[in-house]
Design a protein around this ligand. Sequence first.
Ligand code: 5CA
Ligand code: ZN
Length: 402
Amino acid sequence: MQSWNAPEVPEIEGPGLAPRVHDTAAGGVRELAGSGGRAGLYVCGITPYDSTHLGHAATYVAFDTLIRAWRDAGLEVTYVQNVTDVDDPLLDRANETGVDWQDLAQAEIGKFRGDMEALRVIPPNHYVSVVDSVDLVVSAVSEMLRTGSAYVVGDDVYADLSADSLIGSIGHLDDAEMDRLFAERGGDPETPGKRHPRDPLLWRGRREGEPSWPGGDLGEGRPGWHIECAAIAKANLDIPFTVQGGGYDLVYPHHEMSTSHLREVTGRQHPAESFVHTGLVGYAGHKMSKSRGNLVFVSQLLDDGVPADVIRLTLLAQHYRTDWEYTTSQLYAAARRWQRWQDAAHLAGDADESATIAEIRAAIADDLSTPAAVAVVDAWAARPGRGKAVIGAVSALLGVSI
Ligand code: 5CA
Ligand code: ZN
């Protein structure tokens, strides 16, 4: 499916640094593999039933920072992102509002593309719709049934997690926590006939009033949530790939389950080499979420005349792993910073800035510490006799135009 236009990313002088990043499964910051000069990245995309809010934007800007650092270090990056364009929350919203679910999805995907392009986020190489990937899901589920890691319950198919001895190795959560999160985040622990309450749905047989697709031996139906990301990753990335990413609300069950499914269909114990999760952005006292409705939309800020660079600087001022709460004063602070940087750029001369650029690179290579990188640029902007080579580095590494 069409993604969006790529921003210009200037080449910058001197050697780039491959970043060390926090891996949820390892529980610490480490070097990422990225073998043979290549890196593969899968970041979970939106469920398009509401516009891009600042939480989504923060997550995609964080992975954009990783991609920019990788590219600066000379790695060839393959980036895949899905769109969950058929799932319960989207269908529920369409029913509530009387809008056709496909029209709703198309409209929101269109807005998301516009928001990402405005924010100068590098587009994925493969932007993949779940609706376009039903065949991949059908093959994956059929394969799991064949190998005994899935079973049929009525018209539906579930994964048998007892087939996977590595389940739990990403989130390291105890049973009570997994029970709670499974029920809270789209799981169905109560469904009769399941072998274990936390076994996840792979294929949902056709129901009256719901969209469905031919599933061959599975019968008509539609994909479960976690299997979509497993099937799309398998089809679009070399396995193992370097990083599976998303907000940390996806650690359990989503990434635990999708990685388990990927293990079953690829035979690789560790199909993703590491797991990078962003902190959650809150607003007015709670995690910004579509279900709660406490949202600040990127498109609204842009319509209000806030420059995309200011939105981006608001996000970059926070470390990607920290939960934070958005306030408008942060937006004003970012606007002032952007103005200072532009004034400084305007008056910059030809002084050698290789040390400053090395400092920006080092900050980002240290678990994508954009607040530290921003502080280096602040110091540059406050210093007399500054050189303009920093302008290109700010554009290439931080995606901010000054
Ligand atoms: N379609 C699924 C993933 S397969 C999904 O979670 N969609 S989403 O629209 O709910 O979220 C899209 C991405 O934004 C996910 O990576 C999610 O973890 C992240 N995200 C959602 N809310 C926030 C938030 N408040 N702060 C930071 N990231 C968020
Ligand atoms: Zn996903």
